[in-house]
Design a protein around this ligand. Structure first.
Ligand SMILES: Cc1ncc(COP(=O)(O)O)c(C=O)c1O
Length: 391
């Protein structure tokens, strides 16, 4: 199947207004997503919010199947939340931490995950250690293997970090985690929708993702996939009358992903998310991945050849996030100046990925992130604008 870029753009009203190179922030939604949300909003407005959810209950139930298919899991293993971080937190805080437990992670771990490790350290006396990177920038799997000891209770890392192109070797990590019998949590926030994901091929125990980035769904939806056996062992950090069967004297957590969910959710957003998953599958995630890599690689090569620009990406496999800095310009200024030319990019700070930024002595960087619907001409326009700023 070849990818029809013109059709993708035809489906994306935003491309008439901006050159959107902030797909790692939130991508431009395609029309089927926008329409699905509008339809559900209108139904809520005309018959009532509860009644609208009830009227479309089979479609909302089907969302679990669709999401499971996206990652090759089972629908009973899916939980929906408001964000990727909430999904990740629900998993991590529901694990039975105790003093001396050890979490192994990677240098480029996301700031919110890092914050949770620090809190768990303070609250339970756990330890968390960063496994060395390979010289090419991704996690060093041999170092990971040697770092695992009998106190290691979790391996948790991002598939693709927020602030650069590196793709961590998730399946190799999974093989090591499984051999050692240590649960493995993959933060796939930046990879889901960008590249094909198969939780069984990866060998993870938990995986978390979001709607709004490379899946091109709306903001406000995240999800977790949790291996069925692991799910039953989690002691969910919250209980409500959706995640449990509650009587006047006791609670029993649901036997499926609902044990990590909350009762209230935005059905409008979920309708959009469902349409985004269907859309991405229809386009073909393998094809999306091929085109993203192509665009990002050419962007990197040209940026690296631009006087006054330094490309900061690492990784022997690189995806759609391109990180760079322009000599003499601060990152926010670059975002603003490109914004004035109708080009959206973003910037990352210490908060985004604290260990990695400190390790590489970076206070900030700029981030341009491509998707399959972006064109070579858009990349050219971005490069021309960068060259002017760097000149
Ligand atoms: C690698 C990574 N993990 C997690 C997150 C958090 O996602 P959310 O904002 O949906 O909680 C992000 C967001 O940018 C991210 O880049």
């Amino acid at each position: 199947m070849t990818l029809d870029v013109a059709a993708l753009r035809n489906d994306t009203p935003g491309v008439d207004h901006v050159i959107h190179l902030n797909n790692a922030g939130a991508s431009l939604m395609p029309t089927p997503v926008i329409d699905a949300m509008k339809r559900h909003l209108e139904l809520e407005a005309s018959i009532g919010g509860y009644e609208a959810a009830q009227a479309r209950a089979p479609e909302f139930s089907n969302l679990y199947d669709e999401t499971a298919r996206l990652v090759n899991g089972d629908s009973s293993e899916i939980a929906f939340t408001d964000s990727s971080t909430v999904a990740w937190d629900r998993v991590v805080y529901s694990l039975p931490h105790k003093e001396g437990d050890r979490i192994l992670t990677t240098s480029s771990e996301y700031g919110s995950n890092w914050a949770a490790y620090l809190q768990l350290q303070e609250r339970y006396g756990i330890k968390f250690d960063v496994v060395e990177d390979a010289s090419t920038g991704e996690i060093d799997v041999q170092a990971l293997e040697s770092a695992i000891d009998d106190r290691t209770t979790l391996i948790a890392l991002n598939h693709i970090p927020t602030n650069g192109g590196v793709v961590n070797p998730a399946a190799e990590v999974g093989r090591i985690a499984q051999a050692a019998g240590v649960p493995f949590l993959l933060d796939a926030c930046q990879s889901v929708g960008q590249l094909p994901i198969d939780v069984h091929e990866i060998g993870c125990t938990f995986l978390t993702g979001t709607s709004r980035k490379f899946l091109r769904g709306p903001r406000g939806v995240g999800f977790a996939w949790v291996d069925h056996d692991a799910l039953l062992e989690l002691t969910p950090v919250f209980a409500d009358n959706h995640s449990t069967q509650v009587s006047d004297t006791r609670i029993v957590f649901q036997p499926d992903g609902r044990r990590l969910e909350s009762w209230e959710r935005s059905y409008v957003n979920l309708a959009g998310f469902g349409a985004a998953v269907t859309y991405a599958q229809g386009v073909g995630i393998e094809q999306i991945w091929d085109r993203i890599r192509l665009l990002a690689a050419s962007m990197r090569t040209s940026l690296a050849a631009t006087h006054g620009v330094e490309v900061l990406d690492r990784g022997s496999v690189q995806g759609g996030i391109v990180s760079f800095r322009i000599e003499g310009r601060n990152a926010i200024e670059v975002v603003e100046l490109l914004g004035e030319r109708g080009i959206n990019i973003s910037h990352s700070t210490i908060n985004s990925s604290p260990h990695d930024m400190r390790m590489r002595d970076l206070d900030e960087l700029n981030r341009a992130s491509v998707h399959a619907y972006n064109t070579e001409a858009e990349v050219e326009a971005f490069l021309d604008a960068v060259a002017i700023l760097a000149g």
